[in-house]
Design a protein around this ligand. Structure first.
Ligand code: GUN
Ligand code: ZN
Length: 434
């Protein structure tokens, strides 16, 4: 297997158009955190950004560059920090809350991944579907089957997409056909980690589904796996649904909170990614702060399963924050739709997010949560050339609306609030258009 340098496409990419660049965190620094170059230029070589900024300035220093003019806004590729590969086939499955939905739709769908052909076909579809929507980095749950993880890393490597993924660990409270054991789960995860972690743009994520489906022994083994190699991730779910929270209390009567269950087994820390966090207790915010773990906000999923409304502002300053589609509980893979739902949920939760905060969650904020700041999520020299071209003028109506936008902020807010997948006009991964 090859290293990143040999996977990176050779050659240069030079684009000229409007360009946005993060220079701060909008939750701390406000609107000044995003720079807008009306006449911007981006130059990448062998998959890495070499120059990004004002076109006149860069061309004065590098008159040899011959940029391709583009219409729209050049922005960082999106980061989807929580989604489920096997659940593409149950998008929009009607009428259940989380625990029933898992039994009725999710577990049967995940069973199909016993078949290597299903793994291969689904992985290819998944990677293409992400890239078509501008998702250039993803943290994905596979199934309990090791083959589902091999297939996903293979498909991601073929497209050079940055993929964080792992085998689901589940040794109780799941159908027999989806259960592993603490030992077999450990062994399979360790072997996958050895095969894929750090190979190309792939990284391994230890993936205990959530506390109810793992015994204390398996959670303990997950903690050991999380420490097994530098840079390994951990992904799971926490405090998504009230019935789920009540169940965790029953299963772990000695724990003072849901998050404390994970803490007890060494499952918090930097690069620990937890979907949802709607019902975290106040004392859990301290745990997030101290550990540097991340909450991945999944607003579309929370609306669809009737889980509840996360107040993102409540978590600011406590650990990290990212955005996830959480398909198939989330109904859309496009981050444009997730952003739109994030705004609506924040509004319903009483603390509406502005344009900059929304975009940051899906780009640089996600990168920070994944400990990939400066690598993805921003168009700056040294970063991977993962780029989207946003063009909101997808119809006469949309062009009319944008014609009346009075500022970049208004334009970006419109793109987020009324976001549609088609607004991602083009996508480049490591400098190569896909
Ligand atoms: N909690 C445990 N498993 C899942 C899952 O597959 N989807 C969601 N949304 N929540 C979960
Ligand atoms: Zn999930």
């Amino acid at each position: 297997m090859s290293s990143l340098s040999s996977l990176a496409p050779k050659g240069a990419l030079t684009l000229r158009g409007r360009l946005v660049q993060w220079v701060g965190n909008p939750f701390q620094d406000g609107p000044e955190s995003l720079l807008h170059h009306q006449d911007g230029l981006l130059h990448a070589v062998d998959g890495k950004i070499v120059h990004a900024g004002d076109a006149q300035r860069i061309l004065a220093e590098h008159p040899e560059l011959e940029p391709e003019p583009v219409h729209g806004i050049l922005a960082p590729g999106f980061i989807d920090a929580h989604l489920h590969l096997p659940q593409m086939r149950i998008l929009g499955a009607h009428g259940e809350q989380l625990l029933d939905w898992l039994e009725r739709y999710t577990f049967p769908a995940e069973r199909s991944f016993e078949d290597p052909q299903v793994c291969a076909d689904s992985a290819r579809l998944f990677v293409d579907a992400c890239l078509q929507r501008g998702v250039t980095t993803a943290a994905a749950f596979c199934t309990v089957h090791a083959g589902s993880v091999d297939a996903l890393f293979e498909a991601a490597s073929a497209r050079n997409m940055r993929m964080i993924a792992g085998k689901v660990l589940m040794d109780r409270n799941a159908p027999e056909f989806l259960r592993d054991s603490a030992q077999s789960g450990f062994d399979d995860s360790a072997a996958l980690m050895d095969r894929w972690h750090g190979v190309g743009r792939n990284a391994y994520a230890v993936t205990p589904r959530f506390a109810p489906t793992s015994t204390p022994e398996q959670l303990e083994a997950s903690g050991a796996l999380f420490q097994r190699k530098p840079g390994v991730y951990l992904q799971s779910h926490v405090a998504e649904n009230q019935a789920e929270c009540a169940w965790v209390k029953e299963l772990f009567p000695d724990s003072e909170s849901y998050l404390e269950v994970y803490e007890r087994f060494g499952l918090l820390g930097r690069r620990a990614l937890y979907g949802h966090g709607i019902y975290l207790q106040d004392r859990d915010l301290q745990r997030l702060s101290e550990s540097g773990a991340a909450i991945v906000h999944c607003p579309s999923s929370n609306l669809f399963l009737g889980s509840g409304l996360l107040n993102v502002e409540r978590l600011v300053g406590h650990g990290h924050l990212a955005l996830g589609s959480d398909i198939g509980a989330g109904t859309h893979l496009s981050p444009m739709t997730t952003l739109s739902d994030a705004y609506k949920v924040s509004s319903m939760a009483g603390a509406p997010l502005d344009a900059f905060k929304l975009w940051w969650l899906a780009t640089a904020g996600g990168a920070e949560a994944l400990e990939l700041a400066g690598v993805v999520g921003n168009l700056v020299p040294g970063a991977d050339a993962d780029i989207v071209l946003l063009d909101g003028e997808i119809s006469e109506l949309h062009a009319h609306r944008l014609h009346h936008a009075r500022s970049l902020e208004e334009e970006l807010f419109f793109l987020a609030a009324c976001g549609e997948a088609d607004m991602v006009a083009r996508t480049w991964v490591a400098g190569q258009e896909v």
